[in-house]
Ligand binder design. Structure first.
Ligand code: PLP
Length: 419
């Protein structure tokens, strides 16, 4: 099936009531048929609902639908994009290990990888997403995952998938792509040889800034990379916390299964059923919305490019952009609704952010309502001067998340703010 059909139907089998819309199963727990049924579920002899921290029928539709759109084999929903990223890391790395992360990532991912997980004894080694050959010199036997964004937020760089995957496969390391900005409509990292995809569902998924959530999706046959791979010994050895279960021996996708059985069980950042329902509503129109976000963003990027006050526009759909060739290779159908541009100074950037009317001053992206952000004083405020440079966030950078309003109105709004 094509993506627009999957976005509307994938993962939903009508229940006994035949409800056309996916119901919200607002329940914490589920009644077992008898004690044996309960035991079978816990032992995975039978699959079914146990407790909403682990699974929920509404969330299950969201996970299956998102996995279908990403052309993955299984997904697990989380309470936020950050918990999806944390779980992807915590699923493979422990104290003494290291992870390899692109310098150009969302500010929360920088603080998570550079500070929070450091206190858990996990080291982060950073590479420049524009120079993926740096990865080779960072890898050792303790490296557990390579994490990067397909289109980076807010520097709007484009990852060279082929180059990164070649190094990862050579060393048998799992790659994890944050595909939040590109969305599965424009990019399917799992089809480009990557192993795991994470998303913040808080963005284009709901599409209206309605709820915080996330999802982790794994590719088909990821078990082949994990099985007997000394990097992932804990997938190949008995899990004492789960009666000696060996994840790589099961006929189930191991990466998301372990997140569900071990991390959701113990850390518990599960989505609420109501939020999962909102994500499902959003996914239904994701392909349609992305086309408008993308075409409007390109028109605005072209407008900004010729504006005398604008030093540089970062949008990979522009022919002048350094990432244009990569963008045409990996997402020729559209480059999403996020762009950034640079003006001379912090003050000028703040002035512009204070002057727009339709573009609202908000720290979010992927909303139907257009958003303007000054990353250096907000999303990236906690980064050091060096981290700001590494993340591609100069003081005069302004980020736009182009919404679904009329493109001419949006350009007129910017024209006034830049005057
Ligand atoms: N990844 C990217 C690319 C983001 O832009 C964000 C948030 O802005 C996140 C992850 C974190 O997602 P959440 O806010 O849902 O935790």
């Amino acid at each position: 099936m094509k993506e627009q059909t999957l976005a509307i139907h994938a993962g939903y089998e009508k229940d006994a009531q035949g409800t056309m819309a996916v119901p919200i199963y607002q329940s914490t727990a589920y009644e077992f048929r008898d004690a044996e049924h309960a035991a079978n579920l816990f032992e995975l002899k039978e699959l079914g609902n146990i407790y909403t921290r682990l699974m929920n029928p509404t969330t299950d539709v969201f996970e299956k639908r998102f996995a279908a759109l990403e052309k993955g084999v299984a997904g697990v929903g989380t309470a936020s994009g950050m918990s999806a990223i944390f779980y992807a890391i915590a699923n493979v790395a422990e104290a003494g290990d290291n992870i390899i992360v692109a310098k150009q990532v969302y500010g929360g991912t920088t603080t998570l990888t550079g500070h929070t997980i450091k206190r858990f004894g996990i080291e982060t080694r950073y590479f420049d997403v524009n120079n993926p050959s740096e990865i080779a010199s960072l890898v050792d036997e303790k490296s557990k995952i390579i994490l990067f964004e397909s289109i980076t937020n807010p520097s709007i760089d484009v990852a060279d998938f082929d180059a990164i995957v070649a190094i990862a496969d050579k060393h048998n390391i799992i790659t994890c792509v944050d595909n939040t900005v590109a969305t599965p409509i424009y990019c399917n990292p799992l089809m480009l040889g990557c192993d795991v995809v994470v998303h913040s569902a808080s963005k284009y998924t709901t599409g209206q800034g309605l709820a915080i959530g996330g999802v982790v999706i794994e590719r088909e046959n990821l078990v082949e990379k994990i099985k007997d791979n000394p990097r992932y010994a804990h997938f190949n050895e008995p899990d004492e916390s789960y009666h000696g279960l060996v994840y790589s021996d099961l006929p189930l996708p191991p990466f998301t299964l372990r997140i569900r059985l071990a991390l959701l069980r113990d850390l518990g950042a599960a989505p609420s059923p109501f939020n999962s329902w909102l994500y499902i509503q959003g996914l239904e129109t994701l392909p349609l919305r992305m086309r408008q976000h993308s075409s409007s963003a390109l028109a605005i990027a072209k407008y900004l490019e010729q504006h005398p006050k604008v030093k540089k526009v970062n949008y990979p759909g522009l022919e002048s952009n350094a990432n244009y060739t990569l963008a045409q290779k990996y997402f020729p159908k559209g480059q999403s609704g996020l762009l950034s541009f640079e003006v001379d100074s912090l003050e000028e950037a703040k002035d512009i952010a204070n002057s727009t009317e339709i573009f609202k001053l908000v720290v979010n992206i992927g909303d139907s309502k257009s958003i303007i952000t000054h990353p250096a004083s907000t999303t990236h405020q906690q980064l050091s001067a060096q981290e700001l440079v590494d993340a591609g966030v100069p003081a005069g950078l302004v980020r736009l998340s182009v919404g679904l309003e009329d493109t001419e109105d949006l350009i007129a709004d910017l024209e006034k703010a830049l005057a």
